[in-house]
Design a protein around this ligand. Structure first.
Ligand code: NAD
Length: 277
């Protein structure tokens, strides 16, 4: 575990290597804020950025990538097809729009943002098509429950390589994680810090004191030791650095089970079985 570093990657089912840590940019709604955040992340050593068409900031992500001076192949860029754009033709179109906005000609990862009933099988066919054309290096889903995955696997020619779901100590998602492990599907946590909702927690505070780390670092280290990819969001350079400083210490098995015991199946985001957008 201690040989983990900010540049550590997970090898996805098709052999593509994905960084274990990335920067999330949900709700970053100002250009200068986004450019500062991505720049700070890249300087810190992050190479993975998670955006989505619905975040409205793909254009700035593209600009930040160009400003970074890094070679395209050094970066790992994720975007997602929004719900209103689902369906086969619509998704091909939405992907093109995202590429034009970002000024890119391929993506490392493209996800179905939410499992829109009646649409996601066709959306998936479009992702497969784009994958075969080499325009996306890996394809996946987000917010899929086990029953959505089972349904998708009936028609999919390629299994999703990633499922990006809400996951944090209050929502440990054990059922989806064990399904994913059986299907060689990597789990990626969104809201890995429960969107800031865990910083008063006594147990986490105790562990933070014990290890001389912040609560955020304890939570993020817990994810990494559970083999979960993380994309914590912050626009503040000092927090972006803090969220990547997760090495040189290790949680014990007892620490991990203590954090595991905080699970309450509690969401801060919408329920994928009952969303209306
Ligand atoms: P998060 O758990 O990453 O929490 C972010 C918030 O925590 C920030 O606004 C900040 O206030 C606080 N924070 C961050 N680092 C901190 C630190 N070191 N100390 C104290 N406070 C800190 O929540 P998120 O942004 O919802 O999730 C991360 C990323 O996941 C998003 O930016 C986005 O890229 C992705 N996401 C995906 C979906 C989806 O449906 N697929 C939904 C939500 C988010």
């Amino acid at each position: 575990m201690n040989q983990l570093s900010l540049t550590s990657t997970v090898t996805l089912a098709n052999g593509v290597k994905m960084p274990k840590i990335g920067l999330g940019v949900f709700k970053v709604e100002k250009e200068d804020e986004l450019l500062t955040a991505v720049n700070a992340a890249i300087e810190t050593g992050y190479r993975s950025i998670d955006t989505a068409s619905i975040y409205g900031n793909e254009e700035w992500v593209g600009k930040a990538i160009r400003q970074s001076g890094l070679k395209r192949e050094e970066l790992f860029i994720t975007s997602k097809v929004w719900n209103a754009d689902q369906g086969y033709e619509e998704t091909l179109q939405a992907f093109n729009t995202s590429m034009v906005k970002m000024g890119l000609d391929f993506l490392e990862l493209y996800l179905i943002h939410w499992p829109v009933e009646g649409k996601y099988a066709d959306t998936w066919r479009a992702l497969e098509q784009l994958y075969w054309e080499g325009k996306i290096k890996a394809i996946g889903v987000s917010n899929f429950q086990v029953h959505h995955l089972e349904e998708l696997l009936k028609t999919a020619e390629i299994k999703p390589m990633i499922n990006q779901i809400e996951l944090h100590p209050k929502l440990s998602q054990k059922e989806i994680c064990s399904f994913a492990a059986r299907h060689d599907m990597q789990i990626e946590a969104w809201a890995p810090l429960m969107q800031g909702g865990l910083f008063e927690n006594e147990v986490l505070n105790g562990l933070a004191k014990k290890h001389g780390k912040s609560i955020a670092q304890i939570i993020l280290r817990w994810h990494l030791q559970n083999d979960i990819i993380i994309i914590p969001k912050s626009t503040k350079p000092y927090r972006i650095k803090e969220n990547a400083d997760l090495f040189g210490f290790e949680l014990s098995a007892e620490d991990i089970s203590l954090i595991d015991s905080l699970n309450e199946d509690l969401r801060v985001g919408p329920d994928p079985n009952h969303f209306d957008f």
